[in-house]
Ligand binder design. Sequence first.
Ligand code: AMP
Length: 652
Amino acid sequence: MGQQSTGQLDTVMHESRVFPPTPETSARARIKSMAEYQQLWDEAAADSPAFWARLAKEELHWFQPFTEALRWNEPFAEWFVGGKTNASYNCLDRHVAAGNGDRIALIWEGEPGDKRQYTYAELLREVSKFANVLKSLGTKQGDVVSIYMPLTPELVIAMLACARIGAIHSVIFAGFSAEAIADRNNDAQAKIQITADAAWRRGKVLALKQTVDEALKKSPSVEKCVVLDRVNEAIHIEPGRDFWWHKLMAEASDNCPAEPLDSETTLFILYTSGSTGKPKGIRHTTAGYNLFAKKTFEWVFDHREQDVYWCTADCGWVTGHTYVTYGPLSAGATVLIYEGAPNFPHEGRFWELIERYKVSLFYTAPTAIRAFMKWGDHHVEKYDLSSLRVLGTVGEGINPEAWMWYHRKIGGERCPIVDTWWQTETGGIMMSPLPGATPTKPGSCTMPLPGILPKIVDSSGAEVDATHGGWLTIAHPWPGMLRGIWGDDERFKEVYWSKVPGKYLAGDNARRDADGYYWIMGRIDDVLNVSGHRLSTIEIESALVSHPNVAEAAAVGRPDPLKGEAVAVFVTLRGAEPSEELRKELVKHVRTQIGALAQPDDVRFTGTLPKTRSGKIMRRLLRDIAAGKETVGDTSTLEDYSVLASLRSEEE
Ligand code: AMP
């Protein structure tokens, strides 16, 4: 039982496949070898403020140069002190000024198939106009603008318009309830709301404005609301409060110079709900975040001018902030965005888009990859995916078998896969392979990016050895790090900085193998404790997913008088029906894959697993179900409440 108190974990996974980059990929990459990566990493490790200062001077536009790279008053960081820049300028004006105004910035396809695209010069004009609209509604620097919109170009335009004038955006995913919007608006004291009449989702119309009307009844700080006409729905317009986007834009000037802003000006707040308690408003600031977004985008995707880049995330999540908006646009990339669902009107929609737009860099989530596998390969095989060059994943660990499917079926065994580990709090990618340099191992996010110093520790703060997992911490400040929780410094200190002195506590478990590769083992709170052995969720789940009939799996602990906890697994199937025989076979499969210790005591078949709206499996809820308890805690981020009900009814 000794390990229980130290935070160390046992590892049971054996994954030995290694995929080096092809010589062609390496030859044309920005970072061509592990030696080059190591050199950059060493430069950063030797003096990380100096390393980032060098990059900041090269990569961002400075209205006024900074005088100090980092002022660190743990846990409060200030990067590029004394400097003035503007994220909207870095994303737009900089490219136009460099003669690249005609380059395509955004390509958009709506769910019904409507299409639009914007060059950098056009996007700059639209953003400038909307910045003037915001000003005309009384928006001042430091005001919070709440955005609740479908994934349209106007969502990106609204974000960049805020950045242009120093207003703070708080994007709320357009699937959240009125209650969730009101909570976030009140916490942030939002002054302006931006929304749309409605949104398309799987052919249905979602009445966004109606939800916002409800929310605004409980959001007294909101004075004005701008409504995009997306679907042509009849909606309520509150005189004096609500305004149509197109009417205001028709009168707005397209001249709005970007405001020179102090480096540490808040760029955005993004609410993320921890496993319990009220959502935290994660605060990111201008210069450090912008630099980190740009450089990590360029390193990880090895972006080139001719690339067409598609990140499937919505701007309601941090991935849509950093890798739809600020990273790729700062890098001058051509970015595809798609409004709708991956299976509407058919299960091959994503592959159809890749073929149509010749997408070369593709970034999506493991939950989507598992769904594609379940839907079947024939949806993929109809389309030409030869334009693809680099594939990415984000949001959860990817089970090695899902990784192999992505590699074979989508990547044609030629595209490197970048499994990117990061969080809303980290602002950008912290660990990932580099396409031209890093040999990949399925299921590992491989190595830290330059300037990032992870340490795996036990609960006393001591580093654990390679045979064990422990808490993942980051030892040095980095420019993209969160600057705090909106309005709650105490909670910021408590959650991230109190348990391991001097280091940022990520809340994930991880292990580092003998080759120095990092493996994320799941959230600290999700660890299973079986007979004194602490096991990670992902290892058991990956063993299950390696069975040909398992589409998805979630492993949780359930109280057991003998073992402390028993292993309960929830499984969704592909190509098979639930049966007692299959149940036994899966138990045996896990035992042979990773050993008797991790063998499931309960196997439950289910049609779907409960997930957050961003696609992460909610193990906490399953734990309660496995233990036969009523569900407690915050379920406002749950994708589909009916999943819970059906899981309950599937209980014996
Ligand atoms: P969020 O801030 O909502 O994006 O969630 C961040 C969390 O997602 C991390 O703390 C991890 O638990 C998980 N996560 C994100 N990317 C990965 C990855 N590549 N591998 C494993 N877990 C991941």
